[in-house]
Write a protein that binds this ligand. Structure first.
Ligand code: E4P
Length: 215
């Protein structure tokens, strides 16, 4: 399973990259706005740090506007993946950009038919949002399982990228359900290596060593 970080913070991206297990980055307009930086410049900076796919979202919501912005974003770096909304216009833009050889990530996916349609249009990634479905009392993980089954039934190569991850259990369930990628906030990435028994066990090993051997 590939691990992406879901942030526009260069500091967080550098720290996650230093762990040696980072495969890519997802950003969105809210995440870049939170950083208070120039939109395209930050994307270029991220692409310099991470060689893997870096998702760069368009702001336009109409087909022509998405194409224009998508083509601009694609010029930023060779590892840019143009992020488009899972709408009818986004679907058309996905088809056009994919036919041009630009990789796309279809975001804001909340039901399996959106995933089926974007796979048919050649999407490189599809981003179902688990946490936001959970937030409204629906089962986000069920969507991951449904998309996995649909893609496997027909052999679609579109990668299932589980997004809107809120806690480590989401990642465990995604791995069991066969998600290709998870995109995870930095705080949750750090939690992936946490267990209180690891901490207490380590403290005891160190204490026992010092007691017996000094130092
Ligand atoms: C994915 O690409 C999105 O940036 C992200 O996962 C959304 O997560 P949120 O629901 O926590 O905002």
């Amino acid at each position: 399973m590939d691990l992406y970080i879901d942030t526009a913070s260069l500091d967080e991206i550098k720290q996650a990259a230093a762990m040696g297990v980072l495969d890519g980055v997802t950003t969105n307009p809210s995440l870049i706005a939170k950083e208070g930086v120039d939109y395209s410049k930050r994307l270029a900076e991220i692409c310099e740090v991470v060689p893997g796919p870096v998702s760069a979202e368009v702001i336009a919501t109409d087909y022509e506007g998405m194409l224009k912005e998508g083509r601009e974003r694609a010029k930023i770096a060779s590892n840019i993946v143009v992020k488009l909304p899972s709408t009818l216009d986004g679907l058309r833009a996905c088809k056009t950009l994919s036919d041009e050889g630009t990789r796309t990530n279809l975001t804001l996916c909340f039901q399996p038919l959106q995933a089926l349609m974007v796979a048919k249009a050649g999407a490189f990634l599809v981003s179902p949002f688990i946490g936001r479905l959970d937030d409204i009392g629906q089962d986000g993980m069920e969507l991951i399982r449904q998309i996995r089954a649909v893609y496997d039934n027909y052999g679609y190569p579109t990668k299932l990228l589980a997004a809107s991850i809120r806690h480590p259990l989401h990642i465990v369930d995604c791995a069991l359900a066969g998600a290709d990628v998870v995109t995870v906030p930095f705080g949750v990435i750090k939690q992936m290596m946490n267990h209180p028994l690891t901490d207490s066990g380590l403290a005891k090993f160190v204490a026992d060593y010092k007691k017996a051997f000094g130092g």
